[in-house]
Design a protein around this ligand. Structure first.
Ligand SMILES: C[S@@+](CC[C@H](N)C(=O)[O-])C[C@H]1O[C@@H](n2cnc3c(N)ncnc32)[C@H](O)[C@@H]1O
Length: 329
């Protein structure tokens, strides 16, 4: 039973851990092409520090750890991190969000280390669009990574897609057809105001409703599947099932009421929400010799102060101090 409980009674069992803020792509909705402010090397948690904080969170009831970033597979010891988390008490489930570029070499060792679920980001099936969206010519490697994840038995393999107006907003049906053929679960995510360069514009966002309409117009029959639990995605069976598609309406259909997530950045800051404007510094007390009980108390205090919702539709909404890639998406 989790002791990470907020004022609204939400219990937190899902920890997103950013392994690095560095990335091998430069997706336009996430980072600028140049001039990114990177976290200084010395501020990154060492692997023993990171594992200690994860273990303290597990002691507080966390049961799923999702490794993310930046690009988590850029961390040289990612396989060892997965193995070490799986060996912790309660054998927490380990999931991964990745751009897939390094999966051809890493999918099998990761599966062997105990990785379960994997989400791979892919916004387009068109090479030129991929270059425009990610500023890198690496579509072939992403597709190879998805194939490697399936071959390694990682299950389920989900694919995350962000649609951008005038760039790939016509591609929802193509992506879904491909995902059905591949036997991977597609999830569309609404674009959020979390890009490092602050260019997000509500009027340009492709909404969950538009995505569903576009799939219906293309002839897909979508039937809502009941009971999404704490999953952010609304799940629809496609053409009578069993295959499904998910739509994550983070902006137009927030799901904060069921949120069970907390976050640890690669520089040791604890956050109770992707949109939190405050962070609790765990790195400084950790390096100053804090006990597990003291670190756990800091985690609990931060969670207790979690807001009811992410507040993006509040008139006074202000963005968090850093972008998605530095928090951990
Ligand atoms: C920040 S990335 C980190 C993990 C890994 N590098 C990857 O590509 O999946 C995690 C997810 O966040 C999504 N993402 C990044 N910026 C976003 C934004 N502004 N709005 C919505 N999703 C975003 C990406 O498409 C990706 O699926």
């Amino acid at each position: 039973m989790s002791t990470l409980i907020d004022r609204f009674g939400r219990r937190h069992t899902d920890l997103r851990v950013s392994l690095t803020d560095r990335c091998s792509l430069r997706c336009t909705y996430c980072m600028p092409e140049q001039g990114m402010q990177w976290i200084e090397r010395g501020r990154h948690l060492t692997t023993p520090e990171l594992l200690r904080l994860v273990r303290v969170a597990v002691d507080q009831g966390v049961r799923t750890i999702r490794l993310t970033g930046g690009e988590p597979l850029l961390r040289p010891d990612v396989v060892g991190i997965v193995r070490a988390i799986r060996a912790m008490p309660h054998s927490p489930e380990v999931a991964l969000t990745t751009n897939g570029l390094r999966l051809t070499g890493l999918a099998a060792p990761l599966a062997d280390a105990g990785l379960g679920r994997v989400n791979i980001s892919l916004d387009t099936m068109d090479r030129q669009r991929f270059v425009r969206l990610t500023r890198r010519d690496r579509l072939v490697e992403t597709l190879a990574g998805i194939a490697a994840a399936k071959a390694a038995g990682l299950n389920p393999v989900k694919v995350n897609s962000v649609l951008m107006r005038g760039v790939n907003d016509d591609e929802a049906p193509t992506l879904l057809l491909w995902a059905l053929e591949q036997g991977v679960q597609l999830r569309f995510i609404e674009q959020m105001p979390l890009d490092a360069q602050h260019a997000w514009d509500a009027s340009q966002m492709v909404t969950a409703a538009e995505i569903e309409r576009s799939l219906a117009d293309a002839g897909f029959e979508l039937t809502p599947v009941a009971d999404r639990g704490s999953s952010p995605a609304e799940i629809f069976s496609v053409n009578g099932g069993p295959q499904t598609v998910g739509v994550i309406g983070s902006m137009t259909r927030p799901f904060c009421g069921d949120c069970d997530r907390v976050r640890l950045t690669s520089d040791g800051q604890w956050m109770n929400c992707l949109f939190a404007r405050t962070e609790t510094d765990l790195r400084t007390p950790l390096r100053a010799g804090a006990s597990d009980a003291e670190l756990a108390a800091l985690m609990r205090l931060d969670v207790a102060a979690k807001r009811r919702g992410h507040g993006t539709d509040d008139p006074g909404f202000t963005r968090p101090g850093r972008g998605m890639s530095a928090i951990g998406g």
